[in-house]
Design a protein around this ligand. Structure first.
Ligand code: AGP
Length: 609
């Protein structure tokens, strides 16, 4: 979704802003712009399309300034176009960038238009900049004007504002949309994601909801939503600049697939030494809360939702705890009955997904005994608003298609299942058995990823296809769903996943020689049933691609392509079997020439409804 970068310094900040925008490209966007202020005033440059085009345009007009704001826009109100791109201006002295949505923009716009303001875009954002202009006309300073204007706004927003008459002030606001302040030496910055600023600083202040900040080269003044001065602690980024680089890989997604053994290792390290240790990773309050849990409600979106679906199988099977899983966009808008003793679990890579956050904020029922976030971003809203947190340690995930976040979420969820199970009397010997299997995960994932070359070869079969079916049974059904999501999101091939037993209840009608059918076949208790389902496909001329345990005896033959997976213990098989499906969609997308890391129409972090 949209990205914000801003900077104030004693040097030209143009390069800091453009570099920052490039580092936010992964979020998904359709246009970009920058406003730079120097002694002569504000120069604004905007372009539809990629940041590289904006960079050329900035060079062409020699735009420069010691203070500036920049933006990548993912269209919500108004089509992708230069006129709708940010920064928006009111007159020639005031420029503003905005992430989020202003829900009451239409009534504000009507009012401003009746007072003579002319709108040059279709965006909701433009009302904010004209409102600011209106208040500034009354003689209030920029920070004061921003504090007055935000009181009139409904919705979610992060803002960056500059004004010609106060060239030593960069104003920032966070309300429902993330924003961090980066601290430099005699220069400071803002961004919607700290990754944007890693080339210039590793020290950050994470604004709280409702915070407004006035930033100069040598200081930061923050007031909270009530206008009271507050001090927010600075934090150092835990990682390196290179964590967010592509390195030797062709795409971030490829790098992130191959990082999975290390990401899982880091996520499990020092956390699974013994059954008694498990609970520590969920926070100090976990023992008291887990003790009261009778049932679990999981809420998430997309890939994170698929992780939740896997967890449901584990929770009921291993810990005997009932579990419901629902996509956040549905859960938040329906009345639901909350059984007594419910643990509310959110799963999110970013921790900023609007629907998941909204669902979390709507958990007032006293029947909830606690809220647990399984999340990859320490500083995210989801983490800050949950009393229990399990941090996945996947490192920055840049590719829009989630890979290492998913497998580390599964590792965390399996730990949660064991920790909850232990509170309910699951024997330590049983837990120890699963922990021993989990310790093999980095190695098994590496073995699965070593199938890269044969999978690349196989991917040639998919390049010309328009549709694909994915099949799995039991706990592998969500893995099939995740495989289908990966293929559709980066290769744009229509893909659906079914629990293999459902095939004959409808989707079998789709199967012919043009329909590749991908299946995951670990050596589990459902293997024989799955093999029968595969026969049903073969009998209708469907071409089968099976990722099968080497001991599963699925035979290669006409129309059946088998890739042998390492022998994997049943419980952890969903984590390992995800990897070949990720690789398959990656290679198909590369062959089809799509934008693997930034697929069309998608955003990495979905911060609007
Ligand atoms: C996954 O490949 C997707 N890009 C998407 O489904 C994603 O998982 C979803 O938007 C949820 O994001 P989150 O994990 O950051 O909450």
């Amino acid at each position: 979704m949209c990205g914000i970068v801003g900077a104030i310094a004693q040097r030209n900040v143009g390069n800091i802003l453009i570099t920052g925008l490039k580092r936010l490209e992964y979020r998904g966007y359709d246009s970009a712009g920058v406003a730079l202020l120097n002694d002569k005033g504000i120069t604004r440059v905007r372009r539809q399309g990629k940041v590289a085009g904006l960079e050329d345009a900035v060079t062409e007009v020699s735009a420069a300034g010691f203070i500036g704001v920049a933006h990548t826009r993912w269209a919500t109100h108004g089509k992708p176009s230069e006129a709708n791109a940010h920064p928006h201006m009111s007159g020639s002295d005031l420029a503003l960038v905005h992430n989020g949505i202003i829900e009451n923009f239409q009534e504000l716009k009507d009012e401003l238009q009746s007072q003579g303001y002319e709108f040059t875009s279709q965006t909701d954002t433009e009302v904010i900049v004209h409102l600011l202009h209106q208040v500034l006309e009354t003689g209030v300073d920029l920070f004061g004007a921003v504090q007055q204007v935000v009181k009139k706004l409904d919705g979610a927003y992060a803002l960056g504002v500059i004004h010609k008459s106060e060239p030593d002030k960069l104003i920032a606001v966070r309300s429902g949309s993330p924003l961090v302040i980066g601290l430099g030496i005699d220069e400071n910055y803002i961004a919607s994601d700290q990754l944007a600023l890693l080339p210039v600083t590793n020290r950050f202040i994470f604004l709280e909801e409702g915070d407004q900040a006035e930033i100069s080269i040598d200081g930061v003044r923050i007031v909270d939503a009530d206008g009271d001065s507050v001090v927010r602690e600075a934090h150092e980024f835990d990682g390196t600049h290179e964590d967010a680089e592509k390195g030797e890989y062709r795409h971030y997604m490829q790098k992130e697939i191959f990082e999975q053994p290390a990401a899982i290792q880091k996520t499990l390290e020092d956390r699974i030494d013994s059954p008694a240790d498990l609970i520590k990773a969920f926070g100090e309050k976990a023992p008291a809360i887990f003790d009261q849990v009778k049932t679990v409600q999981i809420v998430a979106c997309g890939t994170s939702y698929h992780a939740g679906m896997v967890a449901r199988y584990w929770l009921e099977d291993i810990a005997g705890i009932p579990c419901q899983v629902e996509v956040a966009s549905e859960f938040r808008y329906r009345k639901h009955v909350v059984p007594e003793g419910t643990l509310f679990v959110t799963i999110s890579q970013s921790g900023e997904t609007a629907d998941t956050l909204a669902a979390l904020r709507d958990t007032q029922s006293p029947n909830y005994v606690g809220r647990l976030a399984i999340c990859n971003v320490d500083s995210s809203s989801l983490v800050r608003e949950s009393e229990l947190v399990f941090l996945t340690k996947a490192g920055p995930e840049i590719g829009v298609a989630s890979t290492k976040a998913f497998t580390t979420q599964l590792a965390g969820l399996l730990m949660m299942v064991l920790a909850l199970g232990r509170q309910k009397g699951l024997a330590d010997s049983e837990i120890e058995k699963v922990l021993a299997e989990m310790r093999q995960l980095p190695n098994l994932i590496e073995q699965a990823a070593s199938l890269d070359k044969p999978i690349e070869k196989l991917s040639e079969h998919f390049v010309e296809k328009h549709h694909a079916l994915f099949l799995g049974r039991g706990v592998q059904f969500p893995v099939a769903l995740e495989g289908a999501l990966k293929l559709k999101e980066i290769s744009y091939i229509h893909a659906e996943a079914y629990a293999a037993g459902e095939l004959k209840h409808g989707p079998l009608a789709l199967v012919d020689s043009d329909m590749p059918v991908v299946s995951v076949a670990p050596n589990d208790e459902l293997l024989e049933k799955l093999k029968s389902n595969l026969q049903e496909v073969r009998a209708r001329g469907g071409e089968l691609y099976v990722f099968a345990d080497k001991n599963a005896h699925v035979k290669e033959g006409e129309g059946i392509h088998v890739l042998n997976m390492p022998a994997v213990p049943e419980t952890i098989a969903p984590i390992v079997y995800t990897v070949p499906l990720q690789l398959l969609s990656y290679h198909v997308a590369v062959l089809r020439g799509t934008d693997v890391d930034q697929p069309r129409n998608l955003a990495k972090s979905v911060t609007v409804e």
